[in-house]
Design a protein around this ligand. Sequence first.
Ligand code: FAD
Length: 499
Amino acid sequence: MIRSANPDTIRPYLADASNLSGGYASEVVFPENEKEVIQVLDEACRAGAPVTIAGNGTGLVGARIPFGGIVLSTEKLGGLRKIYQDGKGFGYAVTGPASTLRALQEAVSARGLLYPPDPTEQSAFIGASVATNASGSRTFKYGATRRWVKRIRVVLATGDILELHRGEFVADTEGRISLKGARNSFELKLPQYRMPEGKHSGGYYIAPGMSALDLFVGSEGTLGVITEVDVELIPRPQGILSGVVFFTCEEDAWQFAYHARGESLENRASHRRDRIDASALEYFDSRSLEILRSAYSQIPQNAQGALFFEQEVQPQSEKSITEQWYRLCKRHQSLFDQSWFCKSTKEHAEFRVFRHAIPVLVNRILKQYRQMKIGTDFTVPNTRFFDLFLLYRRSLRDSGLRYCIFGHIADNHLHVNIIPQNDQEAGRAWQLYRKIARQIIEWGGTISAEHGVGKIKREYLLDMFGQSGLREMAVIKKELDPCVILGRGNIIPEELLLR
Ligand SMILES: Cc1cc2nc3c(=O)[nH]c(=O)nc-3n(C[C@H](O)[C@H](O)[C@H](O)COP(=O)(O)OP(=O)(O)OC[C@H]3O[C@@H](n4cnc5c(N)ncnc54)[C@H](O)[C@@H]3O)c2cc1C
């Protein structure tokens, strides 16, 4: 196993895409198998040294940034191992934690399969995307990562290896789960807090009768090292229809999205395969388009809002579905003639790059100002769809801060990215963030739909689940990690763990 205390080797592991600064570690280790993972964890337990698990560093909440102790990189724990396919074109992949999402998607696609969750940052590792319960543009149709995880292997801080299949080790009616490893047994009591409606990835997951597996999905490196994952695969769609539709005002884009979502849900529920049924609906406000214009001069000059849509189609229904989308565009006063509709898989791929370009460009600007990303990851229940836009508009327009709004509109999940240019603006931005977060919680939404809590969003999780909720999480954490070495500072405040 490679281990290094060289500051130059450690440095890249002190960062992720949040720009959180101040991280430090004494060593980075690169175990190549579970035996070596156990060796590292045993040593750390004996020394009481914190261990921060690192994926590929694209996280947005500082969760993989260590504040002391050692970094356990998962890079050498292996990638894709095997793809199984049944006669109906479905299947599953067995993979080590270090496969990038891109590598996984390319390999399964070559076999005519699709891994449906689609976190837009393709360089993320699969192990980490399970650890953060990542979502993406296709979550509207296919749900988050959790739904596609069939099995995991996880090494606990105690050196026990757990093999957890969906449907096994389920919670009893009292919310208790019993687990047994080679060295120890574990008795877990699930917390009592109420999970928000819809997309959510903040704190430990709970549901009646849930599988133990689900506790680890979204646990942000605090409960164990995920060493192997089985993910379900579906047949790759025969065809994809997509477009980037521009509007002269944001309200028209909201209305378009509202109706496209409504039709999609209705048609999906009644299995009407020849009707509108978006797999992705992604929003860009006028400020996002302004930022994107630096890379895409072809964006219409009078466009003030845009929607990217994507739908899987069969050849026999493609024409009719295309016409339905065109009609919807025209009904909502889009800049139809200047909008972009895909005519080839190459164009479709370009549209997806266009969608991904907005967070990439924002991150680039933030780096110039040496500022941390202040990005919301909130969702609200469906009934608050328009309220969400109005809340953002009301809170941000007069703030004098630079910002843009984009994202997964069909899930009521928009990312407000505030771009402070100095520390004073950053302070104001966080005040605004907190105010908005409070309203979101009051509406029954979540403070983290997909990015997790990490070290940056803990106080908002406290607002959501209260001190009692955090204490209940701390009890689970301490049962599985009695020395409290894993993922210190993530999700649960240290004062609840270290006394
Ligand atoms: C431009 C951009 C766009 C993004 N878009 C999306 C998006 O659409 N949806 C979304 O959900 N996220 C998105 N993200 C965030 C990020 O890609 C995800 O959070 C991703 O899952 C992190 O993967 P990573 O390999 O970079 O993990 P890291 O940042 O290295 O780690 C993330 C967390 O996972 C833990 N971890 C890593 N590996 C393991 C393991 N094997 N076992 C246990 N714990 C582990 C770490 O300790 C840490 O807590 C985006 C990020 C960027 C920069």
